[in-house]
Design a protein around this ligand. Structure first.
Ligand code: AMP
Ligand code: MG
Length: 404
C-alpha cells in the first residue's frame, strides 16, 4: 500500500505541461504564461499630475500668488516651459509641463480671476507621479509561470499586449464503466442506478480549468472498455471510473494493459478510495478511479486535479491545508487515514470544523455542504476542540453575506 503523497509524487513526476496557444489577453485569465513579460516602456511614461490642480515651479515661487496662464488636460502635452511665477491649470494624468515640479490641488487654492492664492505652504514636488514609478522599461513585470489574474491582464494591457501565449486548457476525457449505469434523464429500472460520476468528475474538471469530454458509459466487457478507452486517447488526460477493483467484472486494468499501457496499480492508504490505477498510454496519463461516487470525487481531488493543473502549467497544484478545531469528537477506527468530509468555517482568527455526518463512502450526500476534507490519522481518537488537519476544497465559506 502506498501513501497519498507517494502516489501523488509518482503521478506528478510523469505529467508534463501541455504546449501553449496564443489567446487574446482576456482569454488569458486563469491561465499560466510560459514566458516572462518585460515592460516595453516606463509606466507612467512621463512625470504627470496626480491631481486636478495647478502646476508651477516651486523654486520660482515668491509669496503665495501665481498667475494662471495655461490649461493642460489629460492627453495633451505642453513643450513650452511655464515662466517663473506662473502656473498652468492641469488635470490628473496630464504630463507635467517643462519648468514645473509641483502641483497644488484645486481644493488647496483660492481662485481669484486669473490668479490663484495658495491656502497653505506647498511642499516642492507634491502631487507628482514620476515617470517609471510604477514599472520601469525592461523590468520583468510578469515572470514565466505566473497565474494570470485580472490585475495581470490589466498590467499586460498597460504594456500594450493584445494577445499572448498561455498553456492550453487540458482536455480531459471521462469514462464511466458499469452495466448498472443509466444516463440522467432515464428512470432507474430494477438493478440500475444513474451515472452521476461522469457529471461530478466533469464538473471537477471544469473547476480545475480543464475542458471535459464525456465519453459516456462502457458496459462491463473487455472489448467495450478497450474501445472506449481508445477513443479517450484523443484527449490529453483520461479519467475512468469504476471497474478498477478485483471484481469479476472489473476490466479497466486489463483493458489498459491490452492497449499497451503499463499500469501502476496502487492500493492507496486512504479511505475512501483505496484502489487507484495510473498508466501512461500512448503518452497520455490515464487514471482509473474507484466507481463509488465519494471515492471517485475524493480521488479526483487528490490525484487528478493536481495533474490537470500541472499539465496546464500551474506550479501551485495542491489545495491549502489548515488546522481547525473540531466541533465534535471524531475517531478513526480504521488503519488507513480517513478523509472525512468536513464543514469548515472561519471563527475569529482561527478555523473550526464539523463533519457532514454519516461518512459511508457510498453516500454522495456526505459531500453535500462539505467544503473540506478532515484528515484523521489511523486509529485517531479526537475530543471536541482538538486541532485537526483540514484540506480546504473551496473557500466560499470565507465570503461574507450581504447585509439584509
Ligand atoms: P465498481 O468500482 O465498478 O465496482 O463500482 C463501485 C460502486 O460505485 C458500485 O456500487 C457502482 O454502482 C457505483 N458506481 C460505479 N460507477 C458509477 C457511476 N458512474 N455513477 C454512480 N455510481 C457509480
Ligand atoms: Mg463496476
Amino acid at each position: 500500500m502506498v501513501s497519498i503523497e507517494e502516489a501523488q509524487r509518482s503521478i506528478l513526476e510523469q505529467i508534463t505541461p501541455l504546449e501553449t496557444e496564443k489567446v487574446s489577453v482576456f482569454q488569458g485569465l486563469n491561465r499560466i504564461t510560459p514566458e516572462d513579460h518585460v515592460a516595453p516602456w516606463d509606466i507612467p511614461p512621463a512625470d504627470n499630475s496626480a491631481m486636478d490642480g495647478y502646476a508651477f515651479s516651486h523654486a520660482a515661487l515668491t509669496g503665495n500668488r501665481l498667475r494662471v496662464t495655461g490649461f493642460l488636460p489629460a492627453g495633451k502635452e505642453r513643450t513650452v516651459p511655464v515662466p517663473p511665477g506662473e502656473a498652468v491649470k492641469i488635470m490628473t494624468g496630464a504630463p507635467l509641463p517643462p519648468a514645473c515640479d509641483t502641483v497644488v490641488p484645486i481644493e488647496d487654492v483660492e481662485e481669484d480671476g486669473e490668479w490663484i492664492r495658495l491656502a497653505s505652504a506647498v511642499k516642492a514636488g507634491s502631487h507628482i507621479r514620476e515617470r517609471g514609478e510604477d514599472i520601469r522599461r525592461d523590468d520583468i513585470v510578469i515572470p514565466a509561470g505566473s497565474l494570470l489574474r485580472p490585475q495581470e491582464i490589466g498590467m499586460l494591457s498597460a504594456m500594450g499586449t493584445t494577445s499572448l501565449a498561455v498553456h492550453r486548457r487540458a482536455r480531459v476525457a471521462i469514462l464511466s464503466t458499469g452495466d448498472e449505469l443509466l444516463e440522467p434523464g432515464s428512470t432507474p429500472a430494477p438493478g440500475k442506478i444513474i451515472n452521476s460520476n461522469s457529471y461530478s468528475l466533469a464538473a471537477q474538471v471544469l473547476d480545475a480549468g480543464g475542458d471535459p469530454v464525456l465519453l459516456g458509459i462502457a458496459p462491463d466487457t473487455l472489448d467495450d472498455t478497450c474501445c472506449k478507452i481508445r477513443s479517450g486517447l484523443n484527449a490529453d488526460i483520461l479519467v475512468i471510473t469504476g471497474g478498477v477493483s478485483v471484481g469479476d467484472r472489473d476490466f479497466v486494468k486489463m483493458a489498459i494493459e491490452k492497449l499497451g499501457g503499463n499500469v501502476t496499480f496502487w492500493k492507496v492508504n486512504m479511505k475512501p478510495g483505496k484502489p487507484l490505477a495510473f498508466a501512461m498510454l500512448e503518452g497520455k496519463p490515464v487514471f482509473a478511479l474507484p466507481g463509488n461516487p465519494v471515492a471517485a470525487m475524493v480521488s479526483f481531488e487528490l490525484f487528478v486535479r493536481p495533474s490537470i493543473l500541472k499539465a496546464m502549467g500551474h506550479r501551485r497544484v495542491f489545495r491549502p491545508k489548515v488546522k481547525a478545531a473540531l466541533q465534535e469528537p471524531a475517531t478513526n477506527k480504521g488503519k488507513r487515514p480517513h478523509l472525512v468530509r468536513g464543514i469548515v468555517s472561519a471563527h475569529e482568527d482561527s478555523y473550526i470544523v464539523s463533519t457532514t455526518g454519516n461518512q459511508s463512502s457510498g453516500r454522495l450526500s456526505s459531500l453535500i455542504q462539505g467544503n473540506s476534507l478532515i484528515r484523521l490519522a489511523p486509529e485517531a481518537v479526537h475530543a471536541e476542540g482538538d486541532k485537526v488537519e483540514v484540506l480546504l476544497l473551496d473557500r466560499g465559506f470565507e465570503m461574507v453575506e450581504a447585509v439584509q
